[in-house]
Write a protein that binds this ligand. Sequence first.
Ligand SMILES: [Cu+2]
Length: 470
Amino acid sequence: MNLPIRPLLYATICASPMALAQGTDEVPSAKEVAVLTDAPNVPPPITRKHPAHVTVELEVTEVVKRMADGVDYTFWTFGGSVPGKFIRVRQGDLVDFTLKNHPSSKMPHNIDLHAVTGPGGGAKATFTAPGHQTNFSFKALNAGLYIYHCATAPVGMHIANGMYGLILVEPEEGLPPVDREFYVVQGDFYTTGKYGEPGLQGFSMEKAIEENADYVVFNGSVGSMTGEKALKASVGDSVRLFVGNGGPNLVSSFHVIGEIFDKVYYEGGSKTQENVQTTLVPAGGSAICEFTLDTGGDFILVDHSIFRAFNKGALGILNVDGDPDLLVFSGQKKDEVYLPEGGAIQSMPSDSRAAPVATNKEERIKAGQLVYDRNCAACHMPTGVGVPAAFPPLAKSDYLNADVDRAITTVIDGLQGEVTVNGAKYNSIMPKLDLSDEDVANVLTYVYAQWDNDGHEIKPEQVAKVRAAK
Ligand SMILES: [Cu+2]
């Protein structure tokens, strides 16, 4: 039964490249060179109404760059940074693609573009040794936002070193115009040292296999979109985020704190969902998130698997200038005493339920440990060692031991700006904690009694004196 069909099938397969060569599927006459951009920038929208023959040239380089303050990493890149260059073409375009591998590279590389229809997405066709360049072409048949990545063995390692980016295939009719477009790609990184451990970090295959990421970041480093580098927009702007996830392992729960996505092209496809709080961006996938800015302030981009945001780096800021719309968001209007039990309690002294006052150093240390565990351990760690590059150590801290009154002030007022503790610089914020004089005295006495510190006993009277001196 199958016999007569087989040669027929074979003939059909053989015929298709012929048909192309014969010109049934024409090469577009319009030629152009694609504009490529580094994150967070996006190439301009495509306005032409016809397909073009588009040239894309990407250069692979292996470069040492900043992963976090004091932490460097050897990234393997498409175009010099992570993520790779943003590529923007139109549905129906014929893309002439050249991959160059810089002579200084140690590894061969290639590219698998998810926008490609064809074996390996171009991977085999672009296998490129250091100091070589390869070329292939593909037709952008499907509109959508696609990840591209290196697929050279060991594939996971090439992706883990930052070899991914986004290619947008605009639908023929184009995307609706917006005021701002940004390019954001999440990736997880596996380093020989722990998060924040300074110096040039190597890649840890073991942690990568365990999917135990040290860093989860947007656009290739901790702080790529904070401070001076925050994304900028104005009240009233419509914003479009092209969001990708290079992985290699983790799925992103992409969220912007204080915003609701009016529209999400989920999974980077053509359909939209409305009024979305958090959208899932798979490893090797994407999403397009759109929203209008109704009020000013800082809006924070996170992976809502939230330890990744606050402890591994997956955090960026969209800074929106313009007046806040107080009807949309009032800010805090009041903070007043809330005492549901009624009037009698309101007249009681506010510290009536405080722990008994310590009468000697031993009691002070014991009480101080409770204060420490409740208020300090989350940042300075239960053993006082801190977190490199984020929270300074209290264990054997030269800063702590040098000046008792300054330590008291730190706990009363919080601390910000650059400080040097045991030779390492920190430039972060310790919040004001609102502790009683007794609690401050106890917690500092506890801290001074631990971890090779100087053993001072701090009395509540001394805390009161420091408070009064301000
Ligand atoms: Cu590679």
